[in-house]
Ligand binder design. Structure first.
Ligand SMILES: Cc1cc2nc3c(=O)[nH]c(=O)nc-3n(C[C@H](O)[C@H](O)[C@H](O)COP(=O)(O)OP(=O)(O)OC[C@H]3O[C@@H](n4cnc5c(N)ncnc54)[C@H](O)[C@@H]3O)c2cc1C
Length: 435
């Protein structure tokens, strides 16, 4: 079983004060519900189980400290739109389903962030999907057609409008959609975990599950003890391929992100003193996802790697940092050459047909995995709905979720490795105009 490990590279976490993790499990523990994985999906599942069964004992467990996984390493976009708007105009019902799910997740997170006063730079600034090249602008035409078909609001921004809003003249056009929320992901996921109801949800951190025995009872083995549960929800996202139900159906990519120090007053003014903003690229494999945060840092997310082992080398990090320093320079030539303080990586997990791993592989086991790269909203809603499904609570969104289908079977390795590699190279080539 491949297990996650803590590292200290995540800039979002490093920008926060230290947090004391809950103790790791020691000894044998009995619970009604076991939730494995404390990212957006697992935390949402544990919270919803507590709401649905207020007398049940719920145990949430993570291999790492909360705020170390992908949930804390992402670019901090809470995206309220289907990821592929405009991709399939022939199936508007699929788009509406994805929209309802994403909106419900955004609403849930908005309510929790405000109710628990989570200090995570929560900001309703929307997002700009931006293009530098004519090819990228053509992709935006398809995006606009999709938004029109859905009846969604947007603003078409020309180069001058993008420059006035962001301080970079790099882009020729952007489409602003108002529903996306921007946030500090390590602060949000910490706040979500720490606000879980104290006595009912028992959180063990730094406690990897190394083996699971299934039966009428589920027994999870950890390095210093066991957990015996009646039912379980598995929310380990990228670490799910070892589960029988998803063997040969999921694969992971590693993504890199860099963060700068906060800009000085003069540097901030050189950008036109903008409010915080977020850009996603029109062409994902060539462009970059960029944030200007409330505390005046730039973050730059670009570069994908496919490492079946999950292991990255020093050279991978150096290459990402060098590229991202160049990308900051080409967009903001007015800033000093290398302001990057942190470069980190995280993984996203995908299925070939982009279906989620929302399943029930056994009578008493449910899964909320495979968020296809948009896990802030998809993870949140899949965890919440897994808990509703597991407790028999009626929720009309369950039909939307189940209609997304199941992950299809991938080609066996090494054909899978070759196929992913070739596809990534092809996309990088096609998207090179946006670099
Ligand atoms: C650089 C980057 C940028 C991204 N940007 C965005 C973005 O802007 N917006 C967006 O929506 N998504 C984004 N994503 C994707 C998003 O971060 C993920 O989809 C999301 O974190 C998935 O949430 P999750 O709860 O399903 O899984 P995770 O966050 O991966 O949580 C799973 C948890 O399970 C734990 N675990 C695994 N195995 C075990 C085990 N054996 N025992 C115990 N615990 C275990 C892990 O430690 C982990 O904490 C980005 C990802 C990356 C890497």
């Amino acid at each position: 079983m491949r297990l996650p490990h803590n590292d200290t590279t995540n800039g979002w976490a490093n920008a926060l004060p230290p947090r004391s993790a809950n103790p790791a499990l020691s000894g044998d523990h009995r619970t009604d519900w076991l939730v494995i994985g404390a990212g957006y999906a697992g935390i949402a599942a544990a919270r919803r189980l507590a709401q649905n069964e207020p007398d049940a004992a719920i145990t949430l467990i993570d291999a790492r400290a909360v705020g170390e996984g992908a949930s804390a390493r992402n670019s901090g976009f809470v995206i309220d739109l289907p990821h592929n708007v405009g991709a399939d105009l022939n199936d508007p019902e699929a788009q509406y389903r994805a929209l309802r799910l994403a909106r419900a997740a955004t609403q849930e997170l908005d309510t929790l962030a405000k109710a628990h006063k989570i200090d995570c730079q929560w900001s309703a600034q929307g997002q700009m999907m931006a293009a530098k090249s004519a090819q990228g602008a053509a992709v935006l035409d398809g995006f606009v057609a999709g938004l029109d078909a859905l009846g969604e609001a947007y603003t078409d921004m020309d180069a001058a409008a993008v420059s006035a809003r962001t301080g970079t003249s790099y882009y020729r056009r952007a489409i602003h959609t108002p529903g996306t929320i921007l946030m500090q992901p390590a602060a949000l996921v910490r706040g979500l975990a720490d606000s879980l109801s104290g006595n009912q949800v028992h959180l063990f951190e730094n406690t990897p599950v190394t083996h699971i025995t299934y039966g009428d009872q589920i027994v999870a083995q950890t390095p210093n003890g066991t957990i015996t549960a009646d039912k379980a929800i598995i929310a380990v996202n990228g670490f799910a391929p070892h589960l029988d139900a998803y063997k040969g159906k999921l694969f992971s990519l590693q993504l890199f992100c860099s963060m700068t120090r906060p800009l000085t007053d003069e540097e901030h003014q050189s950008l036109g003193s903008p409010a915080d903003w977020g850009i996603v690229p029109a062409m994902a494999f060539g462009g970059a996802t960029i944030r200007y945060t409330k505390d005046r840092r730039l973050t730059m997310r670009s570069q994908f790697r496919y490492r079946a082992s999950g292991k990255l080398t020093e050279a991978d990090y150096t290459a990402a940092r060098t590229l991202q320093a160049q990308q900051i320079k080409s967009r903001f030539p007015q800033l000093p050459p290398d302001m990057i303080t942190d470069t980190w990586a995280g993984q996203i997990t995908l299925s070939q047909n982009f279906a989620p791993g929302f399943g029930q592989p056994r009578k008493n086991v449910f899964t909320a995995v495979c968020q296809n790269g948009v896990g802030v909203t998809k993870g949140t809603i899949s965890g919440l709905l897994a808990a509703d499904r597991a407790t028999g609570r009626d929720n009309p969104l369950l039909a939307d979720m189940l209609a997304l289908g199941e992950p299809s079977t991938l080609p066996p390795r090494p054909f899978l490795d070759l196929g992913v590699w070739a596809k990534m190279k092809w996309w990088e080539h096609q998207h090179r105009f946006e670099a």
